[in-house]
Design a protein around this ligand. Structure first.
Ligand SMILES: NC(=O)c1ccc[n+]([C@@H]2O[C@H](COP(=O)([O-])OP(=O)(O)OC[C@H]3O[C@@H](n4cnc5c(N)ncnc54)[C@H](OP(=O)(O)O)[C@@H]3O)[C@@H](O)[C@H]2O)c1
Length: 319
């Protein structure tokens, strides 16, 4: 089969298509025929910085998510031909991932979906919509009468969060760096759009949120904690601000009284969560968003764009 194999850290232009054997199925694992795979920034970090570390099982086929059909269900309870999505759990890092025609994946990370969406739309969903959904459902306990502020709203996860929060019935404030993004954010459902200058708590909000999805991360986290009404919830999910930790964290002084701080990690998807996402997508007629599509042969162009940024949404490998 065709696959992209990473031997060590390299530049985007060093990526190439190789021929490797179709993996042999074994108990606890499912063989998936991959139709498309969403790309993620973490795969750029893997290629540029992480692949030389011991915790990455090189040579490795990258790719932390995919959509496709079950080619061999093994003992999973799935059936040959089932439409599935798969994500995380070490995919593309501890074991071979989705930049390939077939992927052998742990049964617990492969989820059956009952959806008539085309493969590309389906490929926009796994990691992005699960991250947005999990942050809202599990961490922010988002309800219809909530007002949610999404910081980093133009990111792929941010846009999915806006769509899903509107499907739940919440009011959504989208915060972005540029006013030119407002039209796009309103088109996908944002009720209000604001410029994020890092100091939203200073005032000027059209309405005060009681919940914040923090995708900029530690850089603006304290400001988000000061922005929510009380009781209020803040979920730290992203690190777009490129600050990864809170220095000298003193929880007593850092987290205001009556504000609940939580974080989301997408490593533990469940069938229940995946069903929840597809039910909201169907109920609200959500169109999963993606920007650019590349073939496996165009991996250099795909990774160059992923590294450079500016795609404006999910990049998908069509396999
Ligand atoms: N916790 C988890 O398990 C988990 C899972 C998936 C993703 N994530 C994280 O969630 C974040 C979003 O991921 P993604 O894949 O959706 O990202 P993405 O689509 O690559 O987002 C990139 C866009 O975000 C906007 N942006 C970048 N830096 C910004 C900043 N400092 N302030 C405001 N906007 C900024 C830019 O849009 P404009 O140029 O239009 O401003 C940029 O084009 C990332 O930090 C990612 O690591 C976390």
């Amino acid at each position: 089969m065709k696959a992209i194999v990473l031997e060590k850290c390299c530049k985007a232009e060093d990526l190439k298509v190789s021929e490797i054997p179709v993996p042999q199925v074994r108990p606890g694992w499912v063989l998936v025929k991959v139709y498309a795979a969403g790309l993620n920034h973490s795969e750029v970090l893997l290629r540029m910085f992480e692949a030389d570390n011991d915790y990455i099982n090189t040579p490795i086929v990258p790719g932390i998510e995919c959509v496709g059909e079950v080619a061999d269900p093994s003992d999973s309870g799935l059936a040959t031909g089932d439409r599935v999505i798969a994500l995380m759990g070490g995919m593309g890092r501890s074991f071979n991932g989705s930049y390939a025609e077939y992927a052998l994946l742990p049964s617990r990370n492969v989820f059956k979906v009952d959806s008539a969406l085309d493969w590309l739309s389906l490929a926009a969903i796994p990691e992005t919509y699960y991250t947005a959904y999990g942050s809202q459902k599990e961490c922010l306990l988002l309800r219809a009468n909530d007002t949610l502020l999404v910081r980093g709203a133009t990111s792929t996860v941010g846009q999915a969060a806006i769509q899903l929060a509107k499907a739940i019935g919440a009011t959504v404030i989208a915060a972005a760096r540029r006013e030119s993004s407002f039209e796009k954010l309103k088109a996908i459902g944002a009720d209000h759009c604001i410029i994020d200058d890092g100091c939203i708590s200073d005032g000027g909000l059209p309405v005060r949120p009681n919940k914040v999805l923090e995708l900029i991360g530690p850089k603006t986290l304290r400001d988000s904690l000061l922005t929510v009404s009380r009781p209020g919830y803040v979920c730290s999910t992203g690190v777009l601000g490129n600050v990864f930790t809170v220095q000298q964290f003193d929880p007593i002084k850092y987290i205001p009284n009556g504000v609940f701080l939580t974080g989301f990690f997408s490593n533990f998807p469940t069938q229940e969560a995946i069903d929840g996402i597809f039910s909201l997508i169907a109920k609200a007629h959500i169109k999963p968003l993606y920007s650019k599509v590349f073939s496996l042969d165009e991996i250099v162009e795909a990774h160059t764009l992923l590294e450079k940024g500016g795609a404006g949404g999910k990049i998908i490998l069509k396999i």
